[in-house]
Design a protein around this ligand. Sequence first.
Ligand code: ZN
Length: 265
Amino acid sequence: MINEREARRQIVEVGKWLYNKGLVAATDGNLSIRLGDRIITTPSGVSKGFLKENELVIVNSKGEKVGGSGKPSTEVKMHLAVYKIRPDVNAVLHAHPPKSIAFTIAGVSLTQCVIPEVVVTIGAIQTTPYATPSTDEVVQSINEPIKHTDVLMLDRHGSLTVGKDIYSAYMKLEKLEHAAEILIYARLLGNVKTLNKAEVDKLMELRESTYGLSNNILRCDSNQLASGSCSLNNSSSIGSSDISNEELSKIITQKVIEQLKNDTA
Ligand SMILES: [Zn+2]
């Protein structure tokens, strides 16, 4: 376990990464590190890009403040729930990665077997059912799926990534957003090729032996996904709309071309 001083330094450092990478805006997001039976977390209403080590708040396992002057983050309940459910987790990160959130708003599933790296490290990227931010609904929505994954999307809200330390939680978030970006480009180009079962089987076999990964993940083609609005959609569904992928790509491409023409005019 790291000491409190180091935890403060790490939260401030990763807060800057989140802000500089555009994974949070304004005062969005919250981070925490488990320190034995206490949790050190970000105060509410402060930009993660400009945090100071002495601004961080310490809470006990009930969420009661035991140190620091600010108010604990409004999503601290979600962090506490994760620590209770997952003894292997020592850091929790909630951010608002725009491209990943766009998928949940569009009702397009991120759970696709597409990018080998993501299939191996993250597995299925599930979206939990919509829950009003900062309420107990959020805790209820993540309670079950977080048992089987380190990466979740909160429908039309943000991401939840967890890890043995804050760097591991951050790297998963960066990978998630990068995957969303690649998928958007692929959709713009008009086609998303998915890995077949044999290709996924081979990747899963190599997880431990070759890639040295032993964390629990749900396979990208698992049938036990969270019952969120997006997770059960297949790669070709666009919410309840009747537009096909091809038609949607054409529309988007046309819009992009029009925009580029306007920009250069
Ligand atoms: Zn949020």
